[in-house]
Design a protein around this ligand. Structure first.
Ligand SMILES: [Zn+2]
Length: 116
């Protein structure tokens, strides 16, 4: 059975359980969770593996490094690294991750979007 990862949508409304995300094993047929089983606040499923993994690209050294940065809360470092790696490997999952990390680092995308 696949393992799914869920995380609080709004970190201001989360408990220890969902703030950093949690893994849960579900059947494919089970509905997607929308609220944390502990605090009942909204959560979203993080799309890892089966759907986004590109064949032949296992967890790389860079992935691990990004994860380390994220663990330490170095969001801008993680974002830059993910961004660079996404450019290089054309991996959509990393691009998404870079965006998320940039947001956590406090970047304001609305502002940047007007420049392009
Ligand atoms: Zn919770």
């Amino acid at each position: 059975m696949p393992t799914y990862v869920y995380r609080a949508i709004d970190s201001d409304r989360s408990c220890d359980h969902c703030e950093l995300g949690f893994e849960i094993i579900q059947r494919m047929t089970e509905p997607t969770l929308t609220t944390c089983p502990h605090c009942k606040n909204p959560i979203s499923r993080i799309l890892f593996a089966p759907t986004v993994v590109i064949k032949g690209s296992p967890l790389t050294e860079t992935d691990r490094k990004i994860r380390d940065y994220e663990k330490e809360g170095k969001w801008s470092h993680a974002a830059e690294l993910a961004d660079k790696e996404a450019e290089k490997t054309k991996r959509e999952d990393l691009k998404t991750r870079a965006l998320e990390d940039y947001k956590k680092a406090g970047y304001n995308f609305d502002k940047y979007n007007t420049d392009t």
